[in-house]
Design a protein around this ligand. Structure first.
Ligand code: SME
Length: 165
């Protein structure tokens, strides 16, 4: 059972490190890819404060389709190049958006979102989807989050066969 007491006194970097430890524990103890990425969204949500939406969009037949997530119901499909997620896929680059209201074409699935971090999932030079984090706070994400969430996606790539989900 997950114990929230373990993290309540941790600073942000300790929480991010703990998130990686728990994620590796999950991935090394379960073979099912869908169960794994579902619980990864739960681990992120439990470890990191001030997130209103955390989840995956996976590339299916040329568009992003909603995967496991924590938060309010969200857009089912996002076209490549559209919104923050579609831009992460078309550029292959991490999108750190301090204020989503200043991002042209931002897709507001949840009106509570004010900042966003999107990490593209790239394996063997192919973009396969994104990990999307939304916060109700402006400027919630920093280079620290890029560092640890990139490590998380690298770890996911070691374990997950995205085509099998
Ligand atoms: N804001 C995203 C859409 C997905 S939601 O945040 C869950 C975007 O602009 O691509």
């Amino acid at each position: 059972m997950f114990k929230l007491e373990a993290i309540k006194d941790m600073n942000e970097e300790q929480r991010l490190k703990y998130m990686l430890i728990l994620s590796k524990g999950q991935l090394s103890s379960e073979k099912d890819d869908l169960a794994n990425i579902s619980n990864i969204t739960g681990i992120i949500n439990a470890c990191i404060d001030n997130l209103n939406w955390t989840g995956f969009y996976l590339l299916r037949d040329g568009e992003l389709v909603l995967g496991p997530f924590q938060g309010l119901p969200a857009c089912n499909r996002i076209a490549l190049g559209e919104g923050v997620c579609g831009s992460a896929v078309s550029t292959g680059e991490i999108q750190l958006i301090p204020d989503v209201h200043l991002f042209p074409g931002h897709i507001a699935c949840d009106s509570a979102s004010n900042s966003e971090l999107v990490i593209p999932i790239i394996k063997k030079n192919k973009v396969l989807g994104v990990l999307d984090l939304d916060s109700p706070l402006k400027e919630r994400f920093s280079s620290l989050h890029i560092e640890y969430f990139s490590q998380l996606v690298d770890t996911l790539n070691e374990y997950i066969d995205w085509d099998r989900i």
